[in-house]
Ligand binder design. Sequence first.
Ligand code: FAD
Length: 494
Amino acid sequence: MAPPPALRQNAAMDALDPLAVHERRVARDLALLNYPPANWTATVLGPDGAPMPDVLVVGAGMYGVAAAGALRMKGLGNIQVVDAAPAGLEGPWVTFARMETLRSPKHLPGIPLGVPSLTFRAWYEARHGEAGWERLYKIPNADWQDYILWVRRMLDLPVRNGVAVRRLAPAEGRVTAHLATPEGERVLHARRVVLATGRAGTGGAFIPPGIDPALVPRLAAHSSVAIDFAALRGRRVAVLGAGASAWDNAATALEAGAASVDMHVRRRHLPQVNKGRGSASMGFFEGWAGLPPAEKWRLLAYMHDLQAPPPHETVLRTLRNDGFRIHFATPVLAARAAGAEVVLTLPEGREARADFLIIGTGFVVDGGRIAELGDLSAEVALWGDRYDPPAALRRPELARFPWLGEGFELEPRQPGAVPGLGRIHLFSHAAMASLGAIASDIPGASVGAERLAHAVAQHLFREDLGAVRAALEAFAEPELEATPFFVPDAIARP
Ligand SMILES: Cc1cc2nc3c(=O)[nH]c(=O)nc-3n(C[C@H](O)[C@H](O)[C@H](O)COP(=O)(O)OP(=O)(O)OC[C@H]3O[C@@H](n4cnc5c(N)ncnc54)[C@H](O)[C@@H]3O)c2cc1C
């Protein structure tokens, strides 16, 4: 028998929009998991008399979305999420990440938080079919961004874009956030804050010493900002560094018609093995936090010393263009402007000239330079405050990593010195030294978000115990009302 017309119509529409079909499956999966669970925390008023959100998540990039989703899965629905960027432009993927595809392999689950239909693969197959998935080599950046936005929509996360946190002031029982919003300056008191502010969030872009800051923006730019590549057509470009981003920028400049790109590198050759990939296992993700500090440090120093190579695809992409030269063992000692040119000072009194310099030297990690904390950041405990490595393993850059609690909490250098500092959870690559790569790259995202949400739930439960207990005592649903053993008087009195 033919199906009724309404069903026929649905089937036809489903064929036209397989993603809509998949979204119904996601909704069903979430319903099966009883998502979102009921909120259980107490209502706590801020100093302005308004109820405070339990958590303010700063940043709606990959990690902010994962954090917010994991919090909601713990019955923590009283949260707010803000991102300074316009919707769709969070994080690096479609802004300053200038590779063609992610570096990561396509089979990583993404940020599904344990829900199979929320994996990248499920989303991609819904749009392009299984054959499309088989054909996919690596994930194009824009697809990755779309996927993160889609997860955010599926989990119904309360994100406000265009809202920047300018300053955080921790205090007893709360953290006060000073916000710049489209409607003007606002103050928001929250019980806890998750800083998911990305790679640049704990120290900013790294500009090597000797580079005259006055070169920026006319004659130089860090690779993490917008660059007008069309304006580099026919120009001589110098690139500092040989990491993945340095190569992505070299390729982009050449593809945009730059006459030449000269890449200056301190090393004698490129790193050969990506130990980050070699350590992207559940063992590292789950085990790192439990290691003694000395063992964490030995691993950290080992990976830091070896560095990671650029992906071979990026190198080959660059080499497909004429005009590329790489100068190994050639540190740039200084860079200054000379008229319309950049003059680079090289070893042995040599010089090189360019029309534009791209600084592809990555990001600093410095717990003492968290912009949102201002001067208070100097009070944040660092690894250098808490652990003294053997002389052969001293690495000043690593000593600036923040020393975090098990749930990504900041700690003050002097115990008790900054009330409320531990209410701020630093959920970014800066957590690597303390907790492993569970807030750094794509592979560790679900583990990190689960760890964070677990810790936040524990803190809030402990703090709300009085209210939780009162709610428990007030809970009086009579189980036995329908039976002969119902004793109404015994409900309040065991
Ligand atoms: C160029 C590049 C390429 C990468 N490629 C890969 C890759 O292929 N594979 C991989 O595993 N990892 C990769 N990574 C590493 C990592 O996965 C990314 O850095 C990823 O973006 C981290 O997600 P996040 O949420 O921590 O930070 P982000 O995605 O950077 O998100 C942080 C968000 O916080 C917002 N924000 C910051 N400060 C404030 C504030 N004060 N107030 C409000 N909002 C704020 C920003 O607007 C931003 O949207 C790459 C990193 C870079 C930089």
